[in-house]
Structure formats: C-alpha cells, structure tokens
Ligand binder design. Structure first.
Ligand SMILES: [Zn+2]
Length: 404
C-alpha cells in the first residue's frame, strides 16, 4: 500500500473569499506492495518452508545475543555474529546480512524486551535473493539452491510491475498458500506545473464529482452493495440461529467470502475512478485538487441510510489511488481543506448556510446561481487551488523531493 503522509501547512495572506481554507500539501513516498500468489510444487514448497524456518531460527538465536548486549545496530551485530550465524544455520551470505538487519530493526524501538521470531514469520528477499524471470515465473534463493517458482498476477498488479522492484517478503498464509509481497517504487514522470485544476468533491450520493460536472455516482455501486448487505445479514442471522455447529461454521465461512468480495469490488471501483480522473487531468494539462478527508464523517451530517454507505466506502483508499496514479502520470495533485466549499457560491463567492437547499441542490441567495451542490463544491475547490496556485506550487518541491 502506498505510504501517504499529509503534512499540514497553513498559509497566510490569501485574499480569497475562502480565506479560512488551509492549504495542505501532501508528501509521498511512493512505495506500494504487490501481492503475488506463488504456485510452488510440493518439493519447492518444502524448500521454501525449510528456508523460512531456518532463517527465523537464526534470527531468534541472534535476537537472544542482541538482547544480552542491548544492541540494535545491525552492523555491530554483523561484525560480531555473522560468521557464527552462517555456520550454525547454514545461511547464504546475503541471508546472514538480512538476518542481522531484521534483528536490528526488531530492537530499534525497544531494547529492554527480548524479541522472538516465529518459525513461520515472513522471510525477506532482497535483489540478490530473488528476481522475476517473466510475468509468470520468479527465481528464488533457498538454502539448497535457486528454484524457479511460477506465480499468478492480476491485471492490477501487472500494471505496477514495470515499476522498480525493491525487496520482497515471502509469507505463508494460514490456508497454506504462498505469497510473495513485492515492494515497488514508482518510476514517475516529473510533475509539471499545471495550467489549471480539476476540483474533485467526494461525497455520499456521488462518490466523486469533478469541477467540469462529471459525476461518478454511487447508484450502481450502491445497488451491488445493498444486495451484498442483504445477503450478509441473512447469512448472519442464519449463522446465529442454526442449532447445528457444523452448519454454523459453514455459514460463517460463506460470510467471510462475501465480505471479501465486497472489499474487492470497492477496490476495483476506486481504482477505475482514480484512473479515469488522472487520465482526464493529464489529457487537459490540469492538476488535481482534492478535499482533505480529515473529519469528512463529522463534517457532513448524514441521513440515516447514508451512514451505512459512508462508513463502508473507502475514501482514503480512493485518495491514495489518485495520489499514486497522479504521481505516476506526472500530474500535480494537492489536497486542501474543504471548509465552506459546500455552502459557498462558485459564481459570486457568497457564503451562506441557506445556499444549500438540499443534499443535491445549490442555489445562491445573493446572485441566484443554481447548480448541483457537489459540482458547486468541486468548482470551489478548483477556485481555491487557482487562488493559491503560487503557494501550492511552492509546496511542490517537497512533494517531488519526497517522491524521488
Ligand atoms: Zn452567488
């Protein structure tokens, strides 16, 4: 998952009608994790398992010595124990180095508690220990030599595959399936200065509305969601009332599957919206301006049926997708505090609670301008970004430096 850290930067001196807006710039370290399902043969699975156990045994042994010495410095540990570590546990040179790093990291925060490594803890791989051979096969180093393991990759993962791969971790899930979690860093285009902005308002009735008036409604999404929710509720009540324990267990399993499908569906929808928005901004040489999501749940007062929708939609995920897709495409992206953007007129700047007649309808009490409320809000975001363009771009070196 991309690591997105927002840094608050209040700016002063803007004479805009939305003077209370705080401009927030966002720092990106564009690292993402791609999950590949490995399909090892039985023999290969045994080798992976053996390597994993041996490595963790080595880490646990080293963690004991590190604890005795209260030492969290990986290089110091390497100097003291590297040779013995390799001899005792039969580790490859690079695995010895990684074991020292893992133990050092485990004590980085607290040296006063003895750390233990589970036998099936994730096994780290760096560039010398693994390498992709194709879009479906990876070469991995085990304690008994290299093996070529086939893997499965989805289209979403394949899209990120061109990015720089840094390191990977091998994990075995409880169900016995093997996964390689690959951390990638984006190979991004330079973020150029935008001539204009595309404001994006995030909301409940409409997931995303841009300042051109284009809407991604939650209607179709909601249909699927409601269907799923009904199914979930049915299964839940059945699972609670079934007298037979075996039947209850089967229902719970089904429940888990259904909720997993919903998460996938949300992820896919967010992915599509983000992709479309970034392509549109890129095609029209505009930057993207999003609203800060902090307090979005408190800010908007929901009618009851909306609450279920809102809490189940992942706006943080949508924003994160937009952020890294924008970064990859070289599209400038800023996040600003949307205070008053829903009650301010995008035409004349009059700010009044009464401007917003209903959830969907905006009508200015001063100039009579009327528009869809979300479109009006998105236009305000764009206007604010234009007004603060100099400051936003000034903040952008930190945005670029952090990414690079
Ligand atoms: Zn007005």
């Amino acid at each position: 998952m991309a690591d997105v850290t927002g840094c608050l930067q209040p700016l002063s001196g803007c004479q805009s009608y939305l003077t209370k807006l705080l401009v927030v710039s966002i720092l990106f370290t564009m690292k993402k994790v791609i999950q590949l399902q490995l399909l090892p043969s039985e023999e290969q699975a045994d080798l992976l398992e053996h390597t994993m156990r041996q490595f963790n045994k080595a880490c646990d042994w080293l963690a004991g010595h590190a604890f005795d010495r209260r030492c969290a410095n990986r290089y110091a540990l390497q100097k003291l124990y590297y040779t013995e570590l390799r001899e005792r546990f039969g580790l490859k040179a690079q695995q010895g180095v990684l074991a020292c790093a893992a133990v050092g990291a485990a004590y980085a925060r607290d040296k006063t508690k003895r750390v233990h490594f589970r036998p099936d803890a994730a096994l780290p791989f760096d560039a010398r220990l693994w390498r992709p051979l194709s879009m479906s096969e990876v070469s991995m180093s085990t304690l008994k030599g290299r093996i070529r393991v086939p893997f499965l990759m989805g289209t979403y993962q394949a899209e990120q595959w061109a990015d720089l791969r840094i390191y990977a971790k091998l994990v075995r899930r409880k169900d016995g399936k093997w996964f390689l979690l690959v951390c990638v860093e984006s190979t991004d285009e330079d973020v150029g200065d935008p001539g204009d902005f595309l404001g994006i308002d995030l909301g409940v009735e409409n997931i995303a509305v841009d300042s051109d008036g284009e809407m991604h409604t939650s209607e179709s999404v909601e249909h699927v969601r409601e269907k799923r929710m009904n199914l979930t509720q049915q299964l839940q009540s059945k699972a609670d009332t079934k007298p037979n324990a075996k039947a209850r267990k089967a229902l719970r399993r089904k429940l888990k599957r259904v909720s997993g499908r919903e998460a996938n569906f949300r992820r896919h929808t967010n992915h599509c919206i983000a992709k479309h928005t970034v392509a549109k901004a890129k095609g029209t040489n505009r930057g993207i301006v999003l609203e800060d999501l902090k307090g979005i749940r408190d800010r908007i007062r929901f009618r009851k049926p909306q609450r279920a929708r809102m809490s189940s939609w992942s706006f943080a995920q949508l924003r994160e997708f937009m952020a890294y897709k924008a970064q990859q495409a070289g599209v400038f992206l800023a996040v600003i505090d949307p205070r008053n953007s829903s009650r301010t007129c995008a035409e004349c700047g009059h700010c009044d609670k009464g401007n917003r007649r209903s959830q969907a309808e905006f009508c200015c009490r001063r100039c009579g301008h009327s528009d869809h409320a979300d479109v009006n809000a998105a236009r305000n975001l764009r206007a604010t970004a234009l007004c603060k363009q100099a400051e936003l771009l000034d903040a952008s070196p930190c945005f670029q430096a952090a990414a690079g």
